[in-house]
Write a protein of this length. Sequence first.
Length: 265
Amino acid sequence: MSAATQSATTQGDDQGIERRNQRRYAKRMHAHVRERGRSGHVVELFDVSAAGCTIDTSAMAGNFHAPVWLRVGDVSSLQAKLVWSNGQRGGLRFETELHEAVLERLVGANDDNIVNTQPPAEPYIPTTPEQTESRRDQIKSGYAGPSLLQRKKPIGKKPFESLIVRHVARNTDHRHEDRYPAELTSGPSHVTMKEFSAKLHDISPSGLGLSAETEKNIGDPVEVVFANCEAINGRVIWRQGKRFGVELDENAININEDDVGSQAE
């Protein structure tokens, strides 16, 4: 057998063999992990050694060799990198190997078969480094800043109706039709509503300009009654002080423009 054939056979036989040269403790516990640019969360840790550990990666982004920060028990700020992943489990390699005393404090004993059956500890909530570090230190430590939703002030307990302004000041006129002043008509200068009487200021084929002491607001329906005519349905479409505009139903009134022109002359 040649040297190349022997080497290939040896590599094929070695697949699946654990070559870890450090003692690994089967210690199941909960740890707090934080990735750069993301909020921290609690994960399950399955085993640990001086060089790294195996954790549940189902809630992680899973970026290989991206730095993460780990807190296990009372040992915090362990910087590590994700070096392998298999399904929902992955392996983290510590940036600096743990001291033997620190490792023994984590596992609690030297028995390889120890499994922690204690209930999960309360999730660790890290202190926000906003007031303790400069922005440069925050970037170096992976802190991305508070969420936009956290910085946005809530509206409060005001009712939804109070946030809507219905009084619209009419400062410009955008009508596409002629509007005739009430002085040009031979009829009365007042019209009768269902609940009140209003002074007529101008009239057009689609509506009226009125003024009156009324609580009618934009969008409220009204009934307009001219002398010797049936009631015409309309609605308030603008208001400014005592003056307001009423939009009538389509083709509700017919204005004889020839008579209006002769009166204007």
